[in-house]
Ligand binder design. Sequence first.
Ligand code: G6P
Length: 372
Amino acid sequence: AAAEKGGYPSFMAKEIHDQPRAIADTLLGRTDAAGHLVLDEMKLDESELRSIDKIVVISCGTSAYAGQVAKYAVEHWCRIPVEVEYAHEFRYRDPVVNQRTLVVAISQSGETMDTIMAVRHAREQGARVLAICNTHGSTIPRESDAALYTHAGPEIAVASTKAFLAQITACYLLGLYLAQIRGNKYADEIADVLQQLHEVPAKVQEVLDGLEQVRALARSMADTRSVLFLGRHVGYPVAMEGALKLKELAYIHAEGFAAGELKHGPIALIEPGQPVFVVVPSPRGRDSLHAKIVSNIQEIRARGARTIVIAEDGDTDVEPYADTVLRVPQTSTLLSPLLTIVPLQVFACELATAKGLDVDQPRNLAKSVTVE
Ligand code: G6P
């Protein structure tokens, strides 16, 4: 087993370090020489994809947060409404889907029972179903109309890491492809985003090369009982996933929430010393977003929170209000989850390790939930 872990102490640590490759492999071979996306493997014809008027993403757990990131990107690029719903909620409802709905089922294993049942539920109502999946030959892609595979490689640790980044990458490809064939974006705009996407693996590597700070932070927090995570826009699903990782791996009570909801409840939880991670969007571009979150950090700090801020290189605005700043390289806001989630994964993994827990096999959890 030691050899399979490639010199890392756990599969989880190995898989976290494998993330630049997981993203690069998921991008590989999907653009032609002219910079156009080629996703013929999906086997959904273009005229069909041009006629869809709604996308519904169904998934569970970490895969559901990939879907939430996709919503921001796909709606922005394609102007198609995107709903994101847990498969176990979707399957017991009477959802409004029809032949013009593209249902996207995201699953690492392809065997999650609730997602399988939701796929069947959607197809019975005439929806086209596309699986975004990491496992060839598994049930979900077999039962779908089409499949777009993530190339993260086998994921052994129960809690998902590299499959998550590969799923987000595949969702970006899908969004850009839809924008391309539906004419929502000019070819050079799409090429520009693709170029930035191809630069992401090296940036993830940069984050991985500078982990000592977050590791030391995690070790110093082994006695922590509760951690909050705050984000806006694409930082919101990142905050949710950061909280999920900490629950799964370190058994610490953790909650992720949208920063805009602070005043509607969560701020009542802030007492002196309460650790709060804040995922900060790029200060370039959507500037009101950045200013809003800086003022959120200020608000919680004024109430005694211990603020741990994940911010872009060069963002000095956060410094006066941050107890700790964890840096990530610059990229566009929509692509930033591929970078900002990494310190949160490492934090959870390292803290669990400091508590002496088995990060690959957390208690009560299964890699694939094949029962109801
Ligand atoms: C389980 C795993 C999670 C995973 C979720 C969805 O809860 O422990 O890591 O995100 O199932 O699994 P799927 O294979 O459908 O992505």
